[in-house]
Design a binder for this molecule. Structure first.
Ligand SMILES: *[C@@H]1O[C@H](CO)[C@@H](O)[C@H](O)[C@H]1NC(C)=O
Ligand SMILES: *[C@@H]1O[C@H](CO)[C@@H](O)[C@H](O)[C@H]1NC(C)=O
Ligand SMILES: *[C@@H]1O[C@H](CO)[C@@H](O)[C@H](O)[C@H]1NC(C)=O
Ligand SMILES: *[C@@H]1O[C@H](CO)[C@@H](O)[C@H](O)[C@H]1NC(C)=O
Ligand SMILES: *[C@@H]1O[C@H](CO)[C@@H](O)[C@H](O)[C@H]1NC(C)=O
Ligand SMILES: *[C@@H]1O[C@H](CO)[C@@H](O)[C@H](O)[C@H]1NC(C)=O
Ligand SMILES: *[C@@H]1O[C@H](CO)[C@@H](O)[C@H](O)[C@H]1NC(C)=O
Ligand SMILES: *[C@@H]1O[C@H](CO)[C@@H](O)[C@H](O)[C@H]1NC(C)=O
Ligand SMILES: *[C@@H]1O[C@H](CO)[C@@H](O)[C@H](O)[C@H]1NC(C)=O
Ligand SMILES: *[C@@H]1O[C@H](CO)[C@@H](O)[C@H](O)[C@H]1NC(C)=O
Ligand SMILES: *[C@@H]1O[C@H](CO)[C@@H](O)[C@H](O)[C@H]1NC(C)=O
Length: 667
């Protein structure tokens, strides 16, 4: 990837547009007009008396900026402003319209379907995307916002609308995926995870509907900008160096250039669609450049303290202020009614669920939980349950929760199987099977027919179970017999894999590493390992810390082992992690309660504890974003196992969670 030479094109002489709203307490203004005078004498009509809340203004401006602002004092962003712009993109900051949100929520990113005149806004407080079905620059009473999609996390979520085929795409840095939802359907479940492999923390997102391209930034050990088709195919990394926190991204479909804002580099830069000819357009120390939008000659940049307008041809820039002095800006998008020369290939394509534009064609995809049929257009239900579920077992049942509890805890389980005394579970997401062990035997079932069948009788006291998705074997440990066993659905014959072990438990298979791990009880807990053929059995980690180690798990995002270290006397549990060879041991999140289960999903730990008839589920982030939720379940009893079943998540652990290019792995 060649990165073009850097050139600071512009040093800014920032002129200040005086665009503050006068009469800021006016009811009339708040409900839609910049001020009464503007309403009566300007290009408007229908303005009622000065104090009326029903005051309506109609604008003859057909293009403008939509800007989300927040109040620096309350840190709440709940203001959405419209600023008309002239045909060449220059703002005409008088009048400015204000669109009221009733809810006291953070409004962040915004984008527009200009053809259908619909606007979409992401709210971080309510973790939802809202839509306005009839966005009008100057008529706030028409600006009725309703929820389009819920269960989004509260990180730097960006959204972009494909205004040709009417789909909305968004990034979710918490769940580490890019989602797409059809806007042609009134069914709000018409969404699907489009990309989630090798994504670390996708932040900014932009698309070019005419070229059918999707661009995003992924923030990690190395931040990258990637491109794919609108259906997620032909993925490539186009910018790989000198990026830190690329939070804003926009695609100029006329100039075939990307413009991006990097909050940590304090720059706004541009590259061509293939990542070449990189230039810095704005360098502003101590800024917080967060979002960018482009229209004709102009680039609009939302910063914490200002909205910049940059002439992308000659680099001239000025800042403008909207609303009140101390407002910060969170999102910016351009609203216009330009005739778009692009034909919608999805129009008559006949997709049953979601139609995505491809260059020279279209592709049908199905919403989550459905598979595309052989006609490539219609969809069949895979199963009503188990798509992206948090699966837990208690003394009587196996129940599932939507995985979005990770972002917003709502304990609303559906119990899908009656089982008694489940002690361990393992998931085969490829073939959609679940393995369940209790004190007597191991059973398996397809998640679709949920018909429990015997897989193996136990000869001792089961102390752990793991699934090898590569060789399709189930492994389990028996602490009293000192054995590790394995079997498969196909053979149904159990074989001793290793024996003579010191109270083994928590067997863990890393299929692609061809390694087996388990915890043993020698003088204190140890972590031991062997090859998948049983050779090279050795102690990986021995540490005299008098903690009882349990719940051995693997985190592909860091290529490390995670386990719980319990100190019963002090009612304390540490979450401990180390490299696969036992080195670099670290302990975090010491919790003053006894945890009983640990599961890792997308780099988060999920742990449960049970006290006073109450189960608590806690999610921790394993990296630097300070993210954590916790929820209490009053009617679950003691949870014995917690697992994630994600039909789309087939992470290849050898890749360390990220694409490796020329020897550089970008986490
Ligand atoms: C709006 O501001 C103008 C000029 O500052 C003032 O003359 C007018 O009375 C104000 N109107 C209201 C409704 O406050
Ligand atoms: C809006 O309409 C008024 C009156 O017709 C006209 O004077 C003004 O120039 C128009 N503004 C724009 C931006 O077209
Ligand atoms: C503003 O929107 C409302 C509700 O959609 C509509 O009834 C009204 O006519 C619009 N006002 C103008 C001036 O267009
Ligand atoms: C931007 O700069 C170019 C080149 O100087 C100029 O022709 C154009 O009018 C400018 N655009 C605006 C919106 O000021
Ligand atoms: C569906 O798509 C597959 C893969 O692209 C292709 O091989 C197959 O021919 C298509 N089937 C139909 C009916 O178009
Ligand atoms: C194990 O599960 C099977 C099937 O649900 C059940 O018949 C059996 O009683 C269970 N054993 C124990 C010890 O709970
Ligand atoms: C525990 O330590 C003693 C003394 O160091 C040793 O003899 C014994 O073998 C150890 N036990 C195990 C299970 O490793
Ligand atoms: C742990 O280490 C301490 C001192 O190093 C020693 O006194 C103690 O016996 C050890 N405990 C075990 C269980 O080996
Ligand atoms: C077991 O696997 C290791 C590593 O893959 C290999 O080096 C060794 O030769 C194998 N041993 C046997 C007996 O197959
Ligand atoms: C297991 O959890 C489900 C769902 O919360 C609950 O209805 C059921 O009563 C629990 N079983 C026990 C034995 O607590
Ligand atoms: C995962 O990695 C292994 C080992 O490098 C490779 O053989 C396998 O094909 C990979 N699987 C996928 C789905 O990429």
């Amino acid at each position: 990837m060649s990165v073009a030479s850097y050139a600071i094109l512009v040093f800014l002489a920032l002129a200040r547009y005086n665009a503050e709203i006068t009469n800021s307490t006016s009811n009339c203004m708040e409900s839609g007009c910049s001020d009464d005078k503007q309403c009566r004498d300007g290009n408007n009509e229908d303005c009622n008396d000065e104090t009326s809340l029903d005051c309506q203004c109609k604008s003859n401006y057909t293009r403008g900026l939509i800007v989300t602002c927040y109040d620096a004092f309350s840190e709440k962003a709940k203001h959405v402003y419209s600023v008309p712009i002239a045909q060449n993109g220059t703002p005409i900051p008088d009048p400015i319209w204000y669109h009221r949100f009733d809810t006291d929520v953070h409004t962040l990113r915004v984008d527009v379907d200009n053809i259908q005149q619909k606007a979409y806004i992401y709210h971080s407080t309510v973790k939802s995307i809202y839509k306005n079905p009839n966005y009008n620059l100057g008529n706030s009473t028409e600006n009725l916002w309703t929820v389009l999609s819920k269960g989004i996390s509260s990180g730097v979520v960006s959204l972009a609308v494909d205004w040709v085929s009417h789909n909305i795409y968004w990034t979710d840095p918490t769940f580490k995926w890019i989602m797409v939802q059809s806007l042609s359907s009134t069914d709000t479940s018409m969404f699907r995870v489009l990309i989630q492999e090798n994504l670390y923390r996708p932040h900014a997102l932009a698309l070019d509907p005419s070229d059918a391209l999707l661009f995003w930034s992924d923030i990690g050990r190395f931040t990258t900008i990637e491109v794919s088709s609108l259906s997620g195919r032909n993925r490539k990394t186009i910018v790989i160096s000198n990026l830190l926190r690329t939070n804003g991204l926009t695609a100029d479909h006329q100039g075939h250039r990307l413009y991006f804002a990097d909050t940590e580099r304090d720059t706004v830069e541009t590259v061509t669609y293939d990542g070449t000819d990189r230039k810095i357009l704005l360098a502003k120390a101590r800024s917080s450049l967060i979002d960018v939008a482009v229209y004709q000659d102009s680039l609009y940049v939302a910063d914490m303290g200002a909205l910049y307008v940059i002439n992308k041809t000659n680099g001239n820039a000025f800042s403008m202020e909207i609303g009140e002095d101390d407002f910060g800006y969170a999102g910016v998008a351009v609203f216009h009614e330009e005739a778009q020369p692009v034909t919608d290939r999805c129009q008559d394509y006949g997709c049953a669920h979601i139609c995505l534009t491809e260059l020279g064609g279209a592709t049908c995809i199905c919403k989550d939980g459905y598979n595309l049929n052989e006609d490539n257009k219609t969809c069949s239900l895979i199963s009503t349950y188990f798509h992206r579920a948090l699966v837990f077992s208690n003394a009587s049942s196996i129940c599932i929760l939507d995985i979005t509890v990770l972002a917003d805890f709502v304990f609303d389980p559906v119990c899908v199987l009656e089982t008694t005394g489940t002690k361990y579970m393992a998931m085969d997401t490829d073939q959609r099977n679940v393995f369940i062990a209790n004190d007597t035997a191991i059973y398996w079932t397809s998640v679709d027919n949920r018909n429990l069948q015997l897989l193996a009788q136990l000869s001792g006291s089961i102390s752990g179970m793991s699934w090898d998705g590569y060789d399709r074997n189930v492994y389990w440990t028996e602490s009293d017999t000192g054995k590790i066993w394995r079997t498969s659905i196909e053979s149904k014959t159990a074989h001793v894999f290793l024996e003579g072990l010191a109270k083994p438990r928590d067997v863990l298979i890393l299929p692609h590493h061809r390694l087996v791990y388990w915890i043993s009880e020698r003088n204190g807990s140890t972590i031991e390992s062997s090859n998948i053929n049983g050779s090279q059995q050795h102690i990986v980690l021995q540490y005299n810390d008098s903690l009882k180690w349990t719940s051995l798990s693997y985190n592909p995002y860091r290529n490390r082992l995670y386990f719980l270290g319990i100190l019963e006397d002090e009612e304390r549990t540490d979450i401990i992690n180390c490299n696969l060879d036992g080195s670099n041991r670290a302990s975090n999140n010491a919790m003053y309660r006894i945890l009983n289960t640990l599961e890792i999903y997308k780099g988060y730990t999920m742990v449960t504890s049970y006290e006073d008839e109450l189960t608590t589920i806690t999610f921790h982030s394993l990296d630097d974003i300070d993210y954590m939720t916790e929820g209490e379940c009053t009617d679950a009893g003691a949870i014995s196992v917690i697992k994630v079943f994600d039909e789309n998540n087939r992470q290849n652990e050898t890749e360390d969670g990220k694409t490796c290019m020329s020897g550089i792995c970008c986490i």
